[in-house]
Design a protein around this ligand. Structure first.
Ligand code: GDP
Ligand code: IMO
Ligand code: MG
Length: 420
């Protein structure tokens, strides 16, 4: 069976910490989509590490980690990251596998990403510029190179063919930057990748499932960044939702059991695009400062706002979320009042659904106000010990969403998690 941990908002919900925490209950931890646009933060023995390509189960010695076919892989990032985890005592050669169907991010994909963003002027997506969109475009356009191709004799010839196609595109953008240093790094990292355990991911994982092993699928980004259901065009280029597990690992839908949806107790977004509950005031500033809301991948300040139940209910529906994990609850400790968005006012009418083209309609969030708990909750270990104001907040979420908040994360530490 397969359980899934995924983000319900616009990413950075704290998925990395949660996957690291739950990994002990599983045999295999597998990333199913996204690439190095992800930045998943873990604290291992008090030391902070941010993972971009490697699944967040890597610090558990006896567990298998798989980079699934639905991921787009930057070999340079992977090599660097392997060095980082090895320095922390991880034997990645033993327990990290890559699917042969995983598409490679090429240096020209990064260049195209950059050129395309520049060409958009004021309409920028706010991409992480890691080459994600162009790599997925080559996958769906049936041009891309996959990890398994590294073992083909024709790899370099195929690379050169694609490089020429990309150059035409770059010329049309009038992109002048020299990317030879990126290419040098790329070919160096490709040699490193050839040494890896490259497997047929779909047989690999299904054989394990058949033997009764437990798989934890780790999502990247969040449901509101899903290419189909997110705030298009301000989205990423993969299916971040639970359906992405089936296509991104080669597992059948019947194999999926629990879907853990991770949501902050408030909301953040990095990059452009609609964000109905955004706070452009001192409360937003306070949340950003207290929550250290700066991107794990790009360092950009994250936009902050109140929790949005209309969007969360949408995420519950699209993903089939069975349990909610509420993170960063401790960041609200010093707020005397908390707002929860329970509706969108559009053209004067209150609605409770996510509209098509959120960026083209004026949405006024409707709020219900709650008392803050005004207490340091970071060392609380059991639900009974949580402040009553917080329980009221959670009860409201449970009743609105119809899916229970089962865990409350009250600090970045590995074990700062309270079972409801
Ligand atoms: P991810 O991309 O979903 O894995 O999330 P990120 O790692 O990008 O961002 C989450 C940030 O919040 C990281 O710096 C985590 O260490 C931190 N974090 C996670 N859970 C909690 C929590 O409950 N409380 C606090 N204070 N920090 C948390
Ligand atoms: P994790 O896994 C937050 C955002 C970017 C941009 C949009 C498209 O750490 O939650 P892309 O580089 O994918 O073309 O960028 O998506 N984005 C993320 N925001 N967390 C992430 O990952 C993100 N990955 C991409 O900021 O708005
Ligand atoms: Mg992140």
């Amino acid at each position: 069976m397969v359980d899934v941990i995924l983000g319900m908002q616009w990413g950075d919900e704290g998925k990395g910490k949660i996957v690291d925490y739950f990994a002990k209950n599983y045999d295999v931890i597998a990333r199913f989509q996204g690439g190095p646009n992800a930045g998943h933060t873990l604290y291992v023995d008090g030391k902070k590490i941010v993972l971009h390509q490697i699944p967040s189960g890597i610090f558990h010695e006896s567990k298998t980690n798989l980079i699934g076919n639905g991921v787009v892989l930057d070999a340079v990032t992977l090599k660097r990251e392997c060095g980082n985890v090895a320095a922390m005592g991880v034997d990645y050669k033993k327990n990290l596998y890559i699917s042969e169907r995983t598409h490679l991010i090429l240096p020209t994909h990064r260049a195209i990403d950059k050129a395309s963003e520049i060409s958009k002027g004021n309409e920028k997506i706010g991409s992480t510029l890691k080459g994600i969109g162009p790599a997925y475009m080559d996958k769906t356009g049936r041009n891309g190179l996959r990890v398994g191709n590294l073992l083909d004799k024709s790899f370099t010839t195929e690379y050169i063919k694609l490089r020429l196609k990309h150059q035409k595109l770059l010329d049309s953008f009038n992109f002048q930057e020299d990317i030879s240093a990126w290419e040098e790094e790329f070919f160096d990292a490709i040699e490193f990748l050839r040494e890896f355990k490259i497997v047929n991911g779909e047989y690999f994982i299904n054989e394990k499932i058949q033997k009764g092993q437990r798989v934890l699928a780790e999502g990247a980004q969040g449901s509101m960044l899903d290419v189909d259901f997110g705030t298009f065009p301000f989205v990423t280029s993969s299916n971040t939702i639970s359906a992405g597990v089936c296509t991104g690992l080669g597992v059948a839908p019947q194999k999926i059991r629990e879907v853990f949806g991770v949501s902050k107790a408030y909301c953040t977004r990095v990059g452009s695009g609609p964000f109905p509950t955004e706070l452009n005031d001192e409360t937003g500033e306070l949340i950003r400062k207290t929550g250290n809301e700066f991107g794990s991948t790009t360092g950009r300040p994250r936009r902050c706002g109140w929790i949005d139940l209309v969007a969360l209910q949408f995420a519950c529906m699209i993903n089939g979320v069975t349990q909610i994990i509420m993170t960063k609850a401790d960041i609200l400790d010093n707020l005397s009042e908390l707002n929860v968005c329970n509706g969108y006012k559009i053209n004067g009418e209150e609605k409770n659904f996510v509209p098509f083209q959120m960026n083209k309609v004026a949405i006024e969030p409707v709020y219900k106000t709650f008392h803050g708990w005004m207490k340091d909750i970071s060392s609380i270990t059991d639900f009974d010990g949580l402040p009553k104001e917080m329980k009221t907040y959670i009860e409201y979420l449970n009743s609105y969403l119809g899916v229970p908040v089962k865990y409350i994360s009250n600090g970045p530490g590995r074990d700062q998690l309270v079972l409801a």
